[in-house]
Design a protein around this ligand. Structure first.
Ligand SMILES: [Zn+2]
Length: 468
């Protein structure tokens, strides 16, 4: 009891701080300790530290002091996993950059800049916006820099290479494998959120068979072009469509009357734009086949490197039709040693087996119409309505049912019907009066729009999506 008066006069202390006009943060509530270590946050600012005291009789007092925590602008923050990307917001010079940063202390501030010919130009100062639309001064190649400051002022940055131009696909020049691969890279770099590239398989001579997917939707469909190598304009056509649809997706959202943004958010189109790269190299670039071909006319060549007409190599009625036929690769109708003997054929089969495609289009040029039903497979659910919609919009004739065995045996579209019971069309693009020349298949690309009736056929893939 003797100690009581001393107890009454004991003083307790409370320690708090706040950043600027922020909330008070209590470090230690009323305690006997007359000194306490305080670790202020890494976030820069003007801090006030308060020590409140209370004695046993209830008398209250407090003292304040100010501490400035400076920004650390010399240190880079750990940014593993940070990234930046850019999409064209419109065809041409307008782009939208996106930042996705990790590490450091949130929130981040961002600053966007572009470099052209070695000179950096800032597009505004630091803001909290993780996307930025910018209009580049001209078309060409740029480096975009996204610089980030974390809440403590530490910095980091990411760079994006981007090429802006009116068009990537040069459809007036027939594609070699090299030019095709180069355009594929430009397309995927320009539209990374929409167009993706992978290798579906390899040709007989070991060239990669490129798969380009367009769209982000759960429903899948398939387009094969260039199976007959001399019909390489179907590759150019397909690549031009991919680019124009992607431009429209990031632009107005519409391509003609089609809401391309909505369609490509519902569907993903699996394109094999050049499914016979060896044959394309033979036809367009003068490369050599792997086998002896008598009277080889490269401009007229339609097979793969083994002389096989791939559109007769699919395992549908193959044995019945071709088992006892000539195995001479010089014959333009040579269907291969057996069904699916060729790696190009196997690549397409594997792709179709691994994906539940709702339909398949196989692109050719001889005529301006659609082969849509064969007598062996008979009626496929929805085949008439699907074909009719395409025919109405794009002007293709609906050809008579294929009834001769050589017309449907081993055919890609016929095999697809047989394997999956889903619509599968062979589309012949060029009207007979519009550039089908008997002497050579060179030169179509020079009058591309007229030859393909581009103003109508450019809707082919969208009309097919809308019809499905
Ligand atoms: Zn063909």
């Amino acid at each position: 009891m003797q100690n009581l008066p001393e107890e009454q006069h004991r003083i307790k202390y409370k320690y708090s701080y706040k950043n600027g006009s922020g909330e008070w943060v209590t470090v230690k509530d009323y305690t006997d300790s007359d000194n306490v270590g305080i670790k202020l946050p890494d976030i820069p600012g003007n801090y006030t530290v308060r020590i409140s005291s209370l004695d046993s009789t209830g008398n209250y007092a407090s003292k304040y002091c100010s501490i400035l925590v400076r920004k650390d602008t010399k240190t880079k923050f750990a940014d593993n996993g940070s990234s930046a990307s850019a999409d064209p917001a419109n065809p041409g010079k307008k782009i939208k950059a996106r930042a996705s940063f990790t590490g450091g202390i949130m929130p981040y501030k961002y600053k966007y800049s572009y470099r052209k010919n070695g000179k950096w130009t800032d597009v505004g100062g630091y803001t909290y916006s993780d996307t930025k639309e910018m209009t580049l001064p001209s078309q060409g190649s740029y480096t975009i820099r996204v610089a980030a400051l974390d809440a403590t002022g530490k910095y980091t940055s990411r760079y994006i290479g981007i090429t802006t131009q009116d068009k990537i696909v040069d459809y007036n020049t027939p594609y070699t494998v090299k030019n095709f691969n180069s355009d594929v890279i430009k397309l995927t770099n320009t539209y990374p959120g929409l167009i993706k590239k992978s290798i579906a398989g390899y040709s007989e001579q070991g060239r990669g068979i490129t798969l380009l997917t367009l769209g982000n939707g759960p429903r899948k469909v398939c387009v094969i072009a260039g199976i007959h190598s001399r019909e390489h304009i179907t590759i150019s056509f397909t690549m031009r469509c991919i680019e124009e649809y992607a431009k429209a997706y990031y632009g107005s959202g519409y391509y003609g009357e089609y809401n391309v943004r909505e369609l490509l958010n519902e569907f993903t189109i699996y394109f094999i734009p050049m499914c016979n790269p060896d044959g394309t190299e033979i036809s367009v670039n003068g490369a050599d086949p792997s086998v002896y071909i008598k009277d080889l006319d490269k401009d007229e060549y339609k097979a793969n490197a083994n002389g096989v007409n791939l559109n007769r190599n699919f395992p549908f009625n193959w044995d019945a039709e071709y088992k006892n036929q000539s195995k001479d690769p010089s014959n333009p109708s040579f269907a291969g040693a057996y069904g699916a003997s060729e790696s190009e054929t196997q690549t397409i089969i594997k792709l179709c087996d691994n994906n539940d495609f709702e339909w398949l289009l196989d692109m050719h040029i001889l005529g301006h119409g659609i082969y849509w039903r064969d007598s062996k497979n008979g009626v496929i659910p929805g085949d008439y309505e699907f074909t009719k919609a395409l025919s109405d919009r794009c002007g293709y004739a609906m050809f008579e049912n294929t009834t001769d065995s050589e017309g449907y045996s081993g055919g890609l579209e016929n095999w697809f019907r047989f394997a999956y019971n889903k619509p599968s069309l062979c589309i012949e693009m060029i009207p007979h009066n519009q550039g089908i020349r008997s002497d050579t298949y060179i030169g179509y690309n020079s009058f591309f729009d007229d030859a393909l009736v581009w103003n109508k056929t450019k809707y082919t893939y969208l009309a097919a999506l809308a019809a499905a």
